[in-house]
Design a binder for this molecule. Structure first.
Ligand SMILES: [Fe+2]
Length: 463
């Protein structure tokens, strides 16, 4: 292996990494509201070196955090790599050492089985700490001001990129999958940390099969674990077949239990095979759990078990209903909106309860394209949707909501997102009035270079 690869789509265009760590004062066009004060943190994969695998996957690149600090109408930008043990080892070697997802078939023999965490998927703030997250490893703490890497935190083992934050108790509720000694095990772990960041609970249970569980749902009273047929298999990996693959002959299953119950009380609901990367929110009404999810007919981005390419699929906002008082374990499914998209977000002060306003990144031109070319506001009470579509060749990141004040009504505030402009190969921070997305941004902060397509971001208030 000499580190060289054929051009991979995830190393091309605005998927390609940027390899500089910079600090920029951005030029603002329009007016950033004075009351908007804080930082939009975003993260995504950004391989430090050219990957060893010809079949490098987007999800496998080293994490890089991008911070847009907003204060007094001005915007400053800073980006830093997450200096994980993998990043440090490869930096010292001056080349990639790990295969995709730590695949032993393509990892340097001296590094097989060593920590391959990339902390590239989400960046969240809990108990005063900024945490870079990836679903197979522990949270990695970054300094919120400098973005200096501080190191892994211990929450009793592997973690998720999508913990849920209880707006009432301040708890961080989380899970991890394929925990245990053997890779690709069926074991799932449920955990809770209190508002101070102290681990208060962690308990393992066996899922029906090994699934890539990217995200989960939490209501005021219950926790829901989606086990969907994007399966993991060590046996496949050792045969040179895909470690993760779409197996549609298996049903979609969702484990439901009371948040404070023992895992032995888990009740499994089922639906025809489907995949969900991201739910929007989940809540309870009169003995039923409702969950709004971005539902795919087949798992996108992953091959079939024999290695053949998977079918293209787009996600649509769909409401799942679980009737806790019924003998039936069938999940009732109903599509709520017909705009294909991803990255559903809402006013997270209303997490785990009934809510009205949601936002998604839309795929207006090419449903199922993993890039989103528009932003949409969805009024879930009236069904009304308003959309802002970028010009051809431009794309926009996940929409992140920030309330106008701590006591503002639900959905009253701003959306921030990062756009990529194809024409000049640069990026911009965009600020929108949250319920007037269609009017376009009220402020745009211009970058002197691009920010690669990434995954998730969150706003942290200056206070
Ligand atoms: Fe995600």
């Amino acid at each position: 292996m000499d580190g060289s690869v054929r051009i991979n789509p995830y190393l091309d265009g605005n998927f390609a990494p940027v390899r500089s760590e910079d600090d920029f004062d951005l030029t603002v066009v329009g007016e950033v509201p004075d009351a908007l004060a804080g930082t939009l943190y975003r993260t995504g994969p950004n391989p430090q070196f050219d990957p060893r695998d010809g079949n490098h996957h987007w999800f496998a690149g080293d994490g890089m955090v991008h911070a847009f600090q907003v204060d007094g109408g001005k915007v400053r930008y800073r980006n830093r790599y997450v200096r994980t043990p993998k990043w440090l080892a490869e930096n010292a070697a001056g080349k990639a050492l790990f295969g995709t997802f730590g695949n032993p078939m393509t990892t340097d023999p001296d590094f097989i089985g060593k920590d391959s965490g990339v902390a590239n998927t989400n960046i969240v703030f809990h108990a005063g700490k900024l945490l870079a997250l990836e679903e197979a490893h522990s949270p990695f703490e970054m300094d919120a001001a400098t973005l200096d890497s501080k190191g892994y935190l211990d929450f009793g083992g592997k973690f998720t990129a999508h913990p849920k934050f209880d707006p009432v108790t301040g708890e961080m509720v989380f899970f991890s999958y394929s925990t245990g000694v053997m890779p690709f095990s069926n074991t799932v772990s449920y955990g809770v940390a209190d508002a101070s960041g102290k681990l208060t609970r962690r308990q393992d249970f066996e899922a029906p099969y090994c699934s890539m569980i990217h995200d989960f749902m939490v209501t005021r009273g219950h926790v829901l674990f989606p086990v969907l047929p994007l399966t993991g298999s060590m046996q496949r990996a050792m045969q040179g077949l895909p470690p993760f693959a779409w197996e549609p002959e298996k049903p979609a299953m969702v484990g439901v239990m009371a948040r404070d119950a023992d895992v032995s009380t888990m009740r499994w609901f089922t639906a025809p095979a489907c995949y969900v990367f991201h739910p929007m929110n989940a809540w309870e009404e009169r003995g039923k759990i409702h969950a709004d999810v971005m539902r795919y007919d087949t798992a996108p981005l992953f091959p079939l078990a024999d290695g053949s390419p998977g079918r293209k699929s787009a996600a649509y906002l769909t409401r799942w209903v679980f009737d806790l008082n019924s003998d039936s374990d069938v999940i009732h499914e109903e599509q709520s909106d017909d705009l294909a998209g991803e990255f559903p977000r809402f006013d997270e002060r209303f997490a785990m309860g009934a809510y009205r306003h949601g936002w998604i990144g839309g795929q207006s031109r090419r449903p199922g394209d993993i890039r989103t070319d528009s932003l949409a506001h969805l009024d879930l009470k009236t069904g009304a949707r308003t959309t802002w579509v970028l010009p051809e060749g431009d794309y926009v990141s996940e929409p992140v909501f920030t309330p106008r004040s701590a006591t503002a009504d639900e959905g009253d505030g701003w959306i921030t997102a990062v756009a990529y402009r194809g024409e000049n190969d640069r990026s911009e921070l965009l600020v929108f009035e949250a319920q007037d997305i269609a009017a376009g941004p009220i402020a745009t902060a211009l970058m002197p270079r691009r920010v690669p397509f990434g995954f998730h971001g969150n706003w942290v208030n200056a206070a």
